[in-house]
Design a protein around this ligand. Structure first.
Ligand SMILES: Nc1ncnc2c1ncn2[C@@H]1O[C@H](COP(=O)(O)OP(=O)(O)OP(=O)(O)O)[C@@H](O)[C@H]1O
Ligand SMILES: [Mg+2]
Length: 322
């Protein structure tokens, strides 16, 4: 029998923006059938900001049900395939709806089967993760045929849609007027900023909640100002890196009878899981790390993307404000 997954691997914190995002998705879900045009919503955020976790959690609130009459799928979650074409995109959706013949037939017959299945499975909300795959290739030429096709399918089934992805996925909506008209305001789930008081407070509360969910581990108080600063520095304030470091430290501590996570354990976890990506920055979990003299951080997304005015704040100097 497989062992149940360790608690540290299952930690889930419902921080305020998490709850607000779930509520927004729920509003889209509820708008199916209730409004003339269902609500649609884009959710964007850096890699590791928790988008997939949010939509997976929402889907778990509305699970698939195997009825006598067939499968009901209230929330259909699918990842947009890399370099999507109408064919590959239709196949992905058919596959997710359990069509055993997902690869069979030409594009037209696939589209017809998909429309039938969307109705038969009573899909209310379609959630498309990795939506930036629409823009990743042929940057200048977003595959509009796929976007048009998507619009037709959802119009027919009167689905609410949530799209999730990196910031650049908004370009798809910007370039496709008809799709854009269906979407409301963008929800952003970025990194927690240390230089914004509310974000800092929320990040510290996030760390406290993680620690509370791991009572079997001894560790320094993660939400104390200095520790929180170190954690933030190590993770850019991104949940993905934060959890990677904490989970890594828990794995190391599991080998010891007292399951003690120390500054050294965190330092080791950071070195193993994060440091290779940013060798120019100091390891913030070493004793001699000076919070007041830490060099400023630049988010990975700001390093790899063309700078955008709207995200200018992403390069932040970290000050240890109380
Ligand atoms: N609310 C949360 N509580 C605890 N852990 C979380 C939470 N949200 C995300 N995580 C953890 O952070 C990591 C990254 O999350 P996730 O994969 O959802 O990010 P993402 O925004 O989808 O990233 P990408 O754009 O690279 O796909 C995962 O290991 C996940 O378990
Ligand atoms: Mg994801």
């Amino acid at each position: 029998m497989r062992e149940p997954m360790e608690r540290s691997e299952r930690v889930l914190v419902k921080y305020p923006l998490f709850k607000a995002t779930i509520a927004r998705i729920q509003a889209c879900f509820d708008s199916h059938d209730a409004t003339a045009e269902p609500d649609c919503c884009p959710i964007v955020g850096e890699s590791g900001s928790g988008k997939t976790t949010i939509i997976s959690f929402f889907a778990s609130l509305h699970p698939r049900v195997d009825h006598k009459w067939g499968l009901e799928v209230p929330v259909l979650v699918a990842k947009v395939p890399a370099r999507p074409t109408v064919k590959s995109f239709a196949e992905t959706l058919l596959y997710q709806l359990g069509d055993p013949l997902w690869s069979r037939g030409n594009t037209v017959s696939k589209s017809i089967r998909l429309r039938e299945l969307l109705k038969r499975c009573r899909v209310r909300l379609l959630a498309l993760d990795e939506f930036q795959h629409f823009v990743d290739v042929r940057q200048a030429n977003i595959p509009n045929d796929v976007a048009d096709w998507l619009k037709e399918q959802v119009e027919e089934a009167r689905l609410a849609i949530v799209v999730l992805g990196l910031q650049r996925c908004l370009e798809v909506l910007r370039q496709n007027e008809q799709l854009r008209r269906r979407f409301g305001a963008t929800l952003r789930v970025g990194a927690f900023r240390w230089d914004a008081k509310d974000d800092r407070t929320t990040y510290r509360a996030f760390l406290r909640a993680v620690q509370e969910q791991l009572p079997e581990y001894g560790m320094p108080s993660l939400s104390d100002l200095e520790m929180a600063f170190r954690m933030h520095y190590a993770s850019y304030g991104l949940i993905g890196y934060t959890m990677k470091i904490i989970r890594g430290a828990a794995r190391i501590a599991r080998c010891h009878p007292r399951r003690q996570i120390t500054l050294e354990t965190l330092s080791q976890s950071f070195a193993e899981h994060v440091w290779s990506e940013r060798l120019d920055d100091p390891n913030p979990f070493t004793e001699n790390f000076d919070c007041d003299k830490a060099p400023p951080l630049t988010l990975p997304s700001a390093r790899t993307c063309v700078p955008r005015v709207a995200v200018g704040h992403r390069s932040v100097g970290l000050e240890l404000h109380a």
